[in-house]
Write a new protein. Sequence first.
Length: 93
Amino acid sequence: MPKYYRDRIADHYLYFTSQCIVEAMHVHASDKHLTEYNSAKFFVKADGTAVLQKRGDLTDGQIKVIEKFIKANYLDMYKTWKDFGGGEFFGNN
């Protein structure tokens, strides 16, 4: 699974799967298994705003930390996403 960063954010890895690049840009967050099963999922808008689609095992505090991290780093994350053939930001067609 491609990770956006090697380090954990809020004790979770931020990544995407090769199967999910057909969707709008998004970020999975998981503490152990880098699969879509039981992971959180955030769609990312063109302004860096994260839209939580699936909570997974995240606490409210972890969600806030990850949303803040995405907002601060979304352009670098988008480059990684596009390098793997990913689509556009959430809400852009």
